[in-house]
Write a protein that binds this ligand. Structure first.
Ligand code: ZN
Length: 106
């Protein structure tokens, strides 16, 4: 494999679309050619590295935001449920108390 060929086949190697035989040649050339090795490292970093970094960052950010929103929603829902239950108990308590008071007064 020549340097020109190596450079041209870098994207398919990074994407994993390269044939096994070509891969072997590719790696062999990289082992023997420092220039291409450097070129490949830069290429790999700039495509895979940065892409995954960007993706994971935006992923995490979205996840964080979604989790936060979900958490807040859950908390609000739980609070409303507790308030409903408390109001329910209060109404029950008042009803029972007034019932008892009425019962004893009459
Ligand atoms: Zn080369």
């Amino acid at each position: 494999m020549e340097c020109k060929e190596f450079i041209e086949s870098m994207p398919s190697f990074i994407d994993g679309n390269m044939k096994l035989f070509d891969k072997n040649e590719f790696i062999e050339h990289m082992d023997n050619c420092n220039e291409c090795k450097e070129e490949f490292t830069i290429r790999l970093l700039s495509t895979k590295g940065l892409k995954s970094l960007e993706l994971s960052e935006s992923f995490d950010l979205n996840k964080e935001i979604n989790n936060y929103i979900k958490d807040v929603k859950d908390r609000v829902k739980r609070r409303i449920d507790i308030i409903k239950i408390l109001i329910g108990f209060e109404i029950l308590f008042i009803t029972v108390c007034s019932g008892l008071i009425l019962f004893f007064l009459m």
